[in-house]
Design a protein around this ligand. Structure first.
Ligand SMILES: [Fe+2]
Length: 490
């Protein structure tokens, strides 16, 4: 192709000054960034990896990275620049470490599913390999050594006629079955389809007689991080529902405004720098049959206007971090992006919208927010768990290092090329909601919190026997201790 126009020549010259040639396919893309070229070209040249002639394939991923970083910087600035907040909490900084917002690349085709499962297996097997000398399943069959260690994705779990449990595992080379007997049967029966585990045992014929099942898990870490601020955890506000508990909510925001509470409570309120809302901001529309009978506000835009009005009552010195849930107006499949602009723009500057899940760094504390839809699958699969102790189900997610370990259950998953639901970085805090009950625990140094709801029991919940525990709030205090507050309508 002959390059004729001046704009193209200008781009070629600018790259040549950095020692690079640039292909016409890349030039066409760069023309769309004509006002930013002086800033972009040095960044692209610093980021390229070995290519001498830069094509569109070379520059597109770099442009994407620059765009994500820029978006995050803008979000962080929008949080930091709120005038009154800056005066009160000058040190606050929020950094988004992981979030699908703005970078979703899945179209739902076969290639996407293959890439998604490869990513899930690679990430989790990498964690297990730190503790395992495993070989691929095809090699286990070839070597025929007695003692074996394998890592695989759970394909099938069933009980045999003689009361043992037979589990089929697969990796990208082959599949193999292992048999769990004795006490190991209970662990095997709790395995979920498509989770990744390690197994040790003895090879007998084509099966492994297992002696240990190993989860990726989080390492032991007993150190609580001490900070000079508190974080308040809430979720499932369901603004727009007839059952939204406005009187109780008003007492909650009065507490944050130092208008109610004893001296100790006011002291806690003074230390609050963040309020985190883990999804189901609004009740939504058409989420379950005949939902309109439970709605005070029938249109979703009106529900977000109400959400903005209610969250506005939280003092501006506090940063409010909002993630969506399955009732919100974003795609249902996880990972979910942050609320779209038409709704996000309704909120004040001290509100930051992030995706579900999101890993954030709040002044040195790593916070993983996950709404918690997969808890339905976990509680259903493991009979010893219940909705009344949601923290125990959340611990199972940490053990499996995956926020939605069961594929194909009640929690739909979008096949992104990277599995955003793997817990690859260990958080200091795992915050969830969804089940409308309250529970906290520390698991291997990770603070686990499920932060109940602001919605009383709906008719639908009565029918499905869901007993909410509304208006409970967990506060993670500067010393790493947890305070539970329950708000009653005044
Ligand atoms: Fe909810």
């Amino acid at each position: 192709m002959v390059i004729k126009d001046i704009e193209s020549k200008l781009i070629i010259t600018k790259f040549a000054m950095h020692g690079y040639n640039v292909h016409p396919s890349a030039i066409e893309i760069l023309k769309e960034f004509r006002d930013e070229l002086d800033d972009l070209i040095p960044k692209i040249c610093r980021a390229v990896d070995g290519s001498f002639i830069l094509t569109s394939d070379d520059i597109l991923p770099i442009l994407n990275e620059i765009r994500i970083k820029k978006k995050r910087d803008v979000e962080m600035r929008s949080v930091s620049l709120n005038g009154s907040a800056l005066d009160v909490t000058p040190k606050e900084s929020i950094c988004v470490l992981k979030d699908v917002t703005g970078v979703s690349a899945c179209e739902g085709n076969v290639d996407d599913f293959v890439a998604y499962f490869n990513s899930r297996f690679e990430k989790l097997s990498r964690i297990l390999r730190q503790r395992f000398n495993s070989v691929s399943i095809s090699n286990v069959k070839k070597i025929k050594s007695d003692n074996v260690e394998v890592i695989g994705m759970v394909k099938d779990v069933r009980e045999t006629q003689n009361g043992n449990v037979l589990v089929e595992l697969e990796d990208n080379t082959d599949s193999i079955r292992f048999i769990a007997t004795g006490k190991l049967k209970d662990t095997a029966l709790e395995l979920m389809g498509d989770e990744v585990i390690g197994v040790t045992g003895v090879l007998r014929g084509n099966n492994i007689i297992a002696d240990r099942i190993v989860f990726p898990d989080v390492p032991l870490n007993g150190n609580k991080k001490k900070k000079d601020f508190s974080i308040v955890f809430i979720s499932d506000t369901h603004f727009g529902s007839k059952e939204f508990l406005e009187k109780e909510w008003d007492v909650f925001v009065k507490w944050l405004n130092f208008e109610v509470g004893n001296e100790k409570m006011v002291e806690v309120a003074e230390s609050v720098r963040y309020v985190v809302l883990a999804g189901d901001v609004v009740d939504g529309v058409g989420v379950y049959p005949n939902q309109d009978k439970d709605l005070a506000i029938l249109d979703v835009y009106g529900q977000y206007e109400e959400a903005a009005r209610q969250i506005e009552k939280i003092p501006k010195r506090i940063k409010v971090i909002v993630a969506p849930g399955n009732h919100d107006a974003v795609r249902q499949a996880e990972p979910q992006p942050a609320l779209p602009k038409e709704f996000a723009n309704l909120f004040s500057n001290n509100v930051m919208n992030v995706g579900n899940p999101s890993l954030l760094n709040l002044d040195g504390l790593k916070l993983l927010i996950y709404h918690g839809r997969s808890l339905d699958d976990v509680v259903t699969k493991i009979p010893r768990l219940s909705y009344s102790k949601p923290q125990e189900a959340m611990v199972e997610l940490l053990k499996r290092r995956h926020l939605a370990p069961m594929y194909g259950g009640r929690s739909p998953i979008a096949p992104e090329k990277e599995d955003y639901l793997v817990i690859d970085e260990i958080p200091d805090i795992l915050h969830g909601g969804h089940v409308h009950t309250y529970g906290t625990t520390f698991y291997r140094g990770v603070f686990v919190v499920n932060s109940s709801t602001w919605q009383a029991q709906t008719e639908f919940q009565k029918k499905v026997n869901l007993n909410p525990m509304p208006c409970n709030v967990a506060v993670y205090t500067p010393g790493g201790e947890v305070v539970r507050l329950k708000f009653y309508g005044g």
